[in-house]
Design a protein around this ligand. Structure first.
Ligand SMILES: Nc1ncnc2c1ncn2[C@@H]1O[C@H](COP(=O)(O)OP(=O)(O)OP(=O)(O)O)[C@@H](O)[C@H]1O
Length: 243
């Protein structure tokens, strides 16, 4: 993993986020900072509050309490359910979203995005006919149109096969290495171990851990059977904290 400049001002500063849906508390005072170029994985059981948190960071819904501050103007958002039009081509989708987002010089930006996501030779293809991996690239390209300093992705790899997953993470790691802060949720904790500078563990709306994957493993230690793998450490961590 590339090292991250931790004394730079945060690209994203989140404090005291609380969200309720009626009686249900989905987030309980969650706070963390993310540095420029940092890759942050959000992991936790079903219903932990991951999507709720990402959608608040994206500005899709407001929190009941707490603040989200960011250094840049825009924030890129790649939701779990793609918002692209399956009957339009890749380039048509990108041009449409570029106009909607009032991106200056949309044609140049669309061309750059096609190159960056490796979709140049699929530009004229209907999105609905692309593979899951390529459709996910189109989603990400839409999220990146405004060149946001922070990109949020909700379970970006969940529908991809192992090879497409690998390509997706290589692409995201390159973005982060070039300075984009990336915050993503995943149920694949090995992926978080491999592709995160830092992991946030959410359970039942509470932030239980904020640190490196190695630090998470160290909090539960090994046992008589030898060192644990990261997934076992994660499960043990949740269990020790009553989840
Ligand atoms: N629109 C909503 N109305 C009512 N309750 C909601 C709403 N959205 C989420 N919740 C509840 O808030 C809690 C957090 O949900 P959220 O989808 O954020 O969790 P998650 O960690 O993303 O889950 P998963 O891993 O299953 O996707 C859950 O108890 C969920 O049922």
């Amino acid at each position: 993993m590339p090292s991250v400049e931790t004394d730079a001002p945060p690209a994203l500063a989140v404090a005291g986020l609380t969200k309720r849906y009626g009686e249900r508390v989905a987030l309980r005072g969650v706070g963390f900072d993310a540095a420029p170029g940092e890759l942050v994985a959000l992991i936790g059981p079903n219903g932990a509050g991951k999507t709720t948190m990402l959608s608040i960071l994206a500005g899709i819904q407001p929190p009941d309490e707490g603040t989200v501050s960011r250094s840049g103007r825009e924030i890129g958002w790649v939701p779990q359910q793609p918002a692209v039009y399956s009957k339009l081509s890749v380039a048509e989708n990108l041009r449409l979203f570029a106009r909607l987002e009032k991106v200056p010089q949309p044609d140049a930006v669309v061309a750059a995005m096609l190159a960056q996501t490796g979709l140049e030779d699929r530009a004229g293809d209907e999105v609905g006919r692309l593979s899951g991996g390529n459709q996910q690239r189109v989603n990400i390209a839409v999220g990146l149109l405004a060149a946001p300093p922070v990109l949020l992705l909700d379970e970006p790899s969940s529908s991809l096969d192992p090879r497409q997953r690998e390509r997706l993470w290589e692409f995201i790691a390159r973005l982060a290495a070039a300075g984009t802060t990336v915050v993503y949720s995943t149920h694949n904790v090995q992926e978080a171990e491999r592709y995160a500078d830092r992991v946030l563990v959410l359970a039942d709306g509470e932030l239980l851990f904020n640190g490196t994957p190695g630090e998470l493993e160290a909090t539960v230690g090994g046992d008589a059977a030898g060192p644990r793998d990261f997934e076992a450490a994660f499960v043990r961590f949740l269990h020790e904290r009553g989840h």
